[in-house]
Design a protein around this ligand. Structure first.
Ligand code: AMP
Length: 297
């Protein structure tokens, strides 16, 4: 139940064991930081851990590929699993406890209770991945119940997930502070993702086009263009240079409520999902019209 990985960090699979350890910390007045992940850890996850490490006394990372949030069995089956390397990364990032339950640890009986945030999950990824956010919100709620963290860290990379979890915590009065962490990118702009491992060399060359298109759109928002339709067309032009990209959506939405913003007068989330071969990529940027006054002449 409690074991040390080859890299030395404590790995716990049983819910009761983790609860007991964390109870002792809480008694001593330690604050608990939590980073939920599905493993295949990279520098994006590490950024979450390092942010949490600076702000909390005890740092818990969960590694669990949650079957409930996969809408396609083939996606679940081929999700990358790199447990020993994950433990080494956690150790290097100063993680105290890795919670790595099996599906039987987390779902000993059939789950009968689910968390849904329908208003925030009807569009963007929610429209293409039925049940996905229900699975995410439900497992995160379970993990919050087990870990009872003071602060939990989520990447801006998964903007819809961040909005759903933030709203869930607000609506259900869950006593945890959600901390958003900016997206970590490769030098050419590609957002780090566990799924990037699936890209062929040729696809990897094309993938940064997503961020180029988002950056083009963000620059147009900043420069005062208000029409989402016009900005979208220009961004699509960038993407259409690569016929290999199959675009699922490119949307301009409210950063928290996620409803479409046709006329941009304030902050906007520009979000994209596209397929490259058999890999689905998502990315987003936050943009806002530049409201700094002109310098005096
Ligand atoms: P995952 O393991 O993909 O479920 O992601 C676990 C957490 O890491 C989520 O909060 C993600 O948003 C976050 N994350 C994934 N990729 C990145 C990235 N490139 N930059 C920042 N955070 C990320």
């Amino acid at each position: 139940m409690l074991s040390a990985s080859e890299s030395g960090v404590s790995v716990i699979s049983a819910v009761a064991t983790l609860r007991e350890l964390l109870r002792a910390h809480r008694k001593q007045g330690h604050s608990i930081g939590f980073v939920p992940t599905m493993g295949a850890l990279h520098a994006g996850h590490r950024q979450l851990m390092e942010t949490a490490r600076r702000e909390c006394d005890v740092l818990v990372v969960s590694i669990f590929v949650n079957p409930l949030q996969f809408d396609r069995p083939d996606d679940l089956a081929r999700y990358p699993r790199t447990f020993e390397a994950d433990c080494a990364l956690c150790q290097a990032a100063g993680v105290d406890l890795i919670f790595a339950p099996t599906a039987a640890d987390l779902y000993p009986e059939e789950q009968k209770t689910f968390v849904d945030v329908p208003e925030l999950t009807g569009n963007l990824c929610g429209a293409f991945r039925p049940g996905h956010f229900r699975g995410v919100a439900t497992v995160v709620m379970k993990l919050f119940g087990i870990v009872q963290p003071d602060r939990a860290y989520f990447g801006q990379k998964d903007a819809q997930q961040l909005a759903v979890i933030t709203r869930m915590v607000h609506d259900l009065n869950v006593p945890v502070t959600i901390i958003p962490v900016p997206t970590v990118r490769e030098d050419d702009g590609l957002a780090l993702s566990s799924r990037n491992k699936h890209l062929t060399e040729a696809e990897r060359q094309i993938a940064p086009a997503l961020y180029r298109a988002l950056s083009t759109a963000a620059a147009q928002v900043a420069s005062g263009e208000r029409s989402a339709v016009i900005i979208r067309e220009n961004a699509l032009r960038v993407l259409h240079q690569h016929p290999e990209l199959r675009i699922e959506y490119l949307e301009f939405v409210h950063p928290q409520m996620l409803q479409p913003i046709p006329e941009i007068t304030g902050p906007v989330l520009i979000a994209i999902a596209a397929w490259l071969g058999s890999t689905r990529l998502i990315d987003n940027v936050l943009a806002a019209p530049d409201t700094t006054p002109d310098p005096p002449r």
